[in-house]
Design a protein. Sequence first.
Length: 676
Amino acid sequence: MYKHYPHMLAPLNLGYTTLKNRILMGSMHTGLEEQRNGFVKLAEYYKARARGGVALIVTGGFSPNHLGKIFPFAAKLQTKSEIKNHKLITNAVHAEGGKIALQILHAGRYSYHPFAVAPSRIKAPINRFTPFYMPGFLVDSTINDYSNCALSAQEAGYDGIEIMGSEGYLINQFLVNATNKRTDQWGGNFENRMRFPLEIIRRTREKVGNDFIIIYRLSLLDLVPNGSTFNETLQLAKAVEQAGATMINTGIGWHEAKIPTIATMVPRATFTFTTAKLKNEIKIPLITTNRINTPEVIEEILQRGDADMVSMARPFLADENFVIKAINNKSNEINTCIGCNQACLDHIFSKKLVSCLVNPFACHETTIVAKPVNKSKNIVVIGAGPAGLSAAVTAAKIGHNVTLYEKDPQIGGQFKLAKLIPGKEEFNETLRYFNVNIINYGIKLILNHEVTVNDIMHGNYDEVILATGVSPRVIDIPGIGHSKVVSYTDVIASKVNVGSNVAIIGAGGIGFDVAEFLLHDPQHKTTTQSFMQEWGIDASLRNKGGVLTAEQMSEHNPLRKIYLCQRKATKIGKNLGKTTGWIHRASLIRNKVVMLNNLNYIKIDDDGLHYKMNNELKILNVDNVVICAGQESNIKLVKELKQNNLKFHIIGGAYKALELDAKYAIEQGTKLVLTL
């Protein structure tokens, strides 16, 4: 028994096999599934996570047939010829002593192609295609496709399968009255509606035998109006157990739900209360999930008895060695998932290859490789923001001698501000990770020092890397020097007192962050309870779908009246993250932020912000005007180095300041030093 994290690291006996700990790597589509030679890359990706100590891996979703594919050329497992590729994955995982299950996912009305099918001909609000009705024979053949897919997975060497029954995909669509209007044996009362998943489990168990893991992914909280009730979910869970499932994993929220479930502003382990309520009702192991990202949180969940096992997906993008570090009592060295979605979910929904903002090696194990260097160089990195930190730490890891300069009293660059935004507290974890690595790899860190050309000329450095970051862009509006005008950096750092009526010029990511910051008291801390009330989650689980009615929602009384302004005529927030932008917009709307676009700024004076909209002059009588109009690269040192004919590399905001992009900065810093 491990002294640290004894519950997390305890084995789980499934009867015919034992899982070595209580951590499951949850399913996440990567985009490698559809790439040429993608299975070779997938094998390395999963192999690294198996080597890192996770007990059981679940793959991204594979459709059991053509109609269920989530987009036209998405991966499926239906034919014998497709089994060969999967053996690359299972052999790689087993060689590292790991176990792996294939997720079977039929998208139903979420299928983004014109041949989508569903229990009823009802279009999903997040899909342009209206699905075709599934006649009875197609329902029956689809069930057989599930079981045949499971058999193929078994032949490919998988230790089990996960039947995707949550997140609003096909099985969910059969279960809920709002999406199932059938009058045959597959519709009507709940017993008929749950016949579809139960028949899938029964036929699958018959084909694969008893010594094969069948996980059923159960939607414990639909978070859509007229979704399943908890009593229906409980009834289904008991029936799933009887039908032959080995374990029940949990899903939270349909993809069309208007409530965030995994974004960074969701408090850690918010949804484990759902599994806690189900835990004593079933005998098979129960897995909990969503916004769980540290060993300490996992241990607390399991110690409380909320579940038997914990599923995490994105944390294994951030750090494939999550488990082994916990085993070795080095959790402070874990590169923690910050829930940003920028390089994972945003990528997959934009048909790009998945990676991770804090770990650009993820899903690039065969193309971005950090090999120890044959000859160590003396490298100086100037600027300890995300780009500089990634360059310094990566260089030191592969064997270079690194000196890191930072003009401020602490590392972090723009991350120092980001972590102060309500809902972005997780950014602290990235800075903790870099701080630990600076110590572990012997990086010489020099704070409170603005580097000069003389420092570089006399430093005996083989390579010079400039990561000097950005400064707020100065805009040309009459009255820009007025006392009402303040910079976003001073606002977030609490260097200025901001009044109760505020105009924000600039509605990009920083403008949204500043608005969120100004809507909350500096001492504000979001709790699970306050989050659920704010977003309308029914903690009692009495309401259908687990959502509060409008009457049950509390009135919002924001701290300030805020106007979010932009010059462009485009929709405000258009360029925010694909999977999180709607959350930021919804939060500001709920807090009565007024969003104004297509503005021509005239001047700022004692009366406030003067502007013209549709050729009509108007005034916002505000106490302060916060400028969030972009950034400019800090290139003073660049010019001086060029004047002295000194060679250097430039990365991060100093290289490109059009939009703050930590994902790009960290990736750029990492890749650069691998070429030196």
